[in-house]
Design a protein around this ligand. Structure first.
Ligand code: ZN
Length: 557
């Protein structure tokens, strides 16, 4: 490629493009467009179809301004430019997670005990350590527990927690968010006795003698007076904590699937404190939507750091906790078709209000029954009040069939299925069975139908690490090596697009992010190895070398 000096290069425009170098703002004077940062010697997988690979790129004022060869990009640098030598490492656009719950996860990390430890003994040790620093009588709260993942081969129970402490009430919450395990002290201080009966929509699990096992589901958890109050300062710090953790996995943009008033405040506070290092698309909850809507705010309001996303509702149960609403029953439970949490009329009503108000709509719909009901509402709106390019979303959209796929493709709707579940939650898929798993988390089918399927972790229920997501979507292999739904595999090319450009498309932001393209936001990740060079079964082990958001390094190994 021809070498240009900086002044020539900046005046070139068409010639530079012809030479393979793409630039953003080629019109400014030389002095004003010296890049802040250049990256050279990279194996840059841009995810931009017009310019799929490059060696180098430059960033100024938070945006890519040039993408091309080492020689051309080096020529742009001045003494004030930071130069990163990627030394041949692979560089990809910043990863996007289009469905996650980071603010709650961050607050948990800040205040509570992470029990994602894989054994009851280790959970007990972690809780004991916390108990030693906690005055008797105060609650100890664990989070990220998973009933099917303990080395002991059984779930945690009340006695396990009594062995930790009888002086502290203890609760260990399931990462799925629907159940918890409590110790005897917790039952006692909350006034729950053997005689206490189950509330509507909740359950105290008991053994054959009627004694509590400690496991408590859904609304029965409301009987325990776990102090939930957190201060605005803590919530803002929690945002900072989760930003750092997610940045370390290569994430640069996240869609928060349901944002409360306290969350909106926390994100703004974190930003003011300089701690916001993820670009957030904040879906409004049913509860915050009316105020935003009546103030005339709609999807897209905000800027490239904090942006109002769609309004979010939930119409059925969970995939990982095995309660989603399906047209056929769960394996081994012939009468169990899962749970709907909204009626068709309710779905019609909320969709109509938001659609006519100019909002994007996102509805949690896991099972095929629920997806059909949500599509009914989206299709009705398009008939009665047509709007261009709504990109209404189907959160999770776990179980599909050819009819649903065709309708999703025809309407231009966006499914956001779990991207790490096939790998991470393998032991749970037996309850759906082989046949259903060929139609679940159906990344392969979505790609086949030309649907821009979005990347989604649903953290905390699912791991958010994008490299695990690539591995899961490409191999469909769980951690024990069992393959689930091999027909839904995608290629690595497709998986990378899902985690980058499709994530941008899901929030109408494909013009500003998702690829390393001149003019877009300068968000990128340097990987220690190329995912194309390693065994697909170890993509998740590739180290993240550096994560950069808007030209600023937010994580460095
Ligand atoms: Zn969710």
């Amino acid at each position: 490629m021809t070498e240009f000096d900086r002044r020539q290069f900046l005046g070139l425009g068409a010639a530079a493009t012809a030479a393979g170098l793409t630039t953003g703002c080629a019109s400014g004077s030389g002095a004003s467009v010296v890049p802040d940062l250049v990256v050279v010697n990279g194996n840059v997988l841009t995810q931009d179809d017009d310019n799929p690979t490059a060696e180098a790129f430059a960033i100024r004022d938070e945006r890519f301004v040039a993408v091309g060869s080492n020689a051309d990009v080096r020529n742009l640098a001045s003494a004030n430019t930071t130069v990163i030598d990627a030394a041949g490492a692979t560089v990809v656009p910043g990863f996007i997670d289009a469905h996650s719950h980071p603010s709650g996860a961050g607050l948990n990390e800040l205040r509570n005990v992470n029990t994602n430890l894989g054994s009851i003994a280790r959970i007990q040790a972690a809780l004991r350590e916390r108990a030693a620093d906690t005055p008797p009588g105060e609650w100890i709260v664990g989070f990220m527990y998973d009933d099917t993942k303990q080395e002991e081969g059984r779930p945690l129970n009340r006695e396990d927690l009594d062995a930790v402490s009888t002086e502290h009430p203890i609760v260990v919450g399931h990462r799925g968010g629907h159940t918890g395990v409590y110790n005897s002290r917790a039952f006692e201080v909350s006034g729950i006795t053997r005689e206490t009966s189950d509330p509507f929509g909740g359950h105290f699990y008991r053994d054959e003698n009627g004694e509590f096992t400690g496991k408590v589901a859904e609304r029965a958890r409301g009987y325990f007076q776990v102090p939930s109050g957190s201060t605005p300062e803590e919530r803002a710090r929690g945002v900072g904590v989760i930003c750092r953790k997610m940045n370390a996995s290569g994430l640069t943009s996240v869609h928060q699937a349901g944002t409360s008033r306290a969350d909106y405040v926390a994100y703004q506070d974190a930003r003011a404190a300089g701690d916001l290092t993820l670009r957030m698309n904040l879906m409004a909850r049913g509860g915050t939507f009316p105020a935003l809507h009546s103030a005339g705010i709609r999807t897209g309001f905000g800027d490239e750091w904090l942006r109002i996303g769609p309004v979010k509702y939930a119409a059925d149960g969970s995939a990982s906790e095995r309660t989603m609403a399906m047209s056929t029953p769960y394996a081994g439970r012939p009468d169990d078709y899962g749970i709907l949490t909204m009626t068709q009329d309710e779905i019609h009503e909320v969709v109509e209000e938001a659609h006519r108000g100019g909002w994007q709509v996102a509805i949690h719909a896991n099972g095929d029954v629920t997806i059909d009901m949500v599509l009914n509402a989206y299709e009705r709106m398009q008939r009665e009040y047509p709007r261009d390019d709504t990109r209404h979303r189907l959160e999770h959209c776990s179980l599909v069939n050819p009819d649903l796929l065709r309708r999703i493709a025809d309407g231009g709707y966006i499914p956001a299925p779990f991207y790490t579940y096939a790998h991470y939650h393998g032991e749970k898929w037996i309850e759906y069975g082989e046949e259903k798993m060929e139609w679940m988390f159906a990344h392969g089918s979505f790609v086949e139908y030309g649907i821009p399927v979005a990347p989604a972790s649903d953290h905390s229920p699912g791991p958010y690490e994008p490299l695990m997501a690539l591995q899961s979507m490409v191999t469909r292999k769980d951690f024990s090596g069992r393959v689930w739904g091999p027909s839904q595999r995608v290629t690595l090319d497709q998986a990378l697009k899902i985690c980058t450009t499709h994530g941008a498309y899901a929030s109408h932001e494909e013009g500003v992010k998702g690829s390393i393209t001149a003019g877009k936001l300068g968000d990128f990740v340097i990987l220690a190895e190329s995912p194309y060079d390693v065994d697909p079964d170890r993509i998740k082990e590739i180290a993240i070398v550096r994560t950069v958001v808007g030209g600023r390094t937010v994580y460095e190994a």
